[in-house]
Design a protein around this ligand. Sequence first.
Ligand code: HEC
Length: 158
Amino acid sequence: MRKYLIISVIVLAAAGAGGWLLSTAGAQTETVPENVDIAQGEKLYGEFCASCHGADLEGQPDWRSPGPDGILPAPPHDVTGHTWHHPDRVLFNYTKLGGEATLALQGVEFESGMPGFGDQLSDAEIWNIIAYIKSTWPERQRAVQAERSAAQRQQEGN
Ligand code: HEC
């Protein structure tokens, strides 16, 4: 049983990676572009994200517990957080539109401490930051995240 589980995870991860490669060809706004600039992403992360998410992507202390205002602190973007659980579309929307607008798209009402950066960063710059964040994850987290991104794209038919 366990063996089958492991095999199917590997197959899914491979399919995810393949889907990612294929879907980058069409270069849509919300699909990871073919050419990402990780160095620029790292620089922009330092300028726009590190103040809340931490210089080493470590997040804010006690990030799982809401503060006195009921708003959650900034979570880490490293493996200890849940950024790698989310498909590309969610990471992109969260950064471009902010937490509130992104969750509203999913019909969820939520007061979020995550601002939108759509008026400060271009789509390409946002993808570069996301690429930088991903580049810090170990292989396993990258594979899981690639697979979830592919699954979501398939579900949405692009
Ligand atoms: C003013 C503080 C602040 C800044 C600056 C900020 N964030 Fe956030 N971010 C938050 C908070 C607080 C949350 C958690 C609340 C929520 O989930 O809505 C969050 C959540 C997120 C999430 C969703 C949760 C997750 O783990 O995936 C992403 C993605 C994200 N931020 C990316 C970024 C990126 C990229 C930048 C820089 C361009 C950035 N943030 C800058 C405060 C901030």
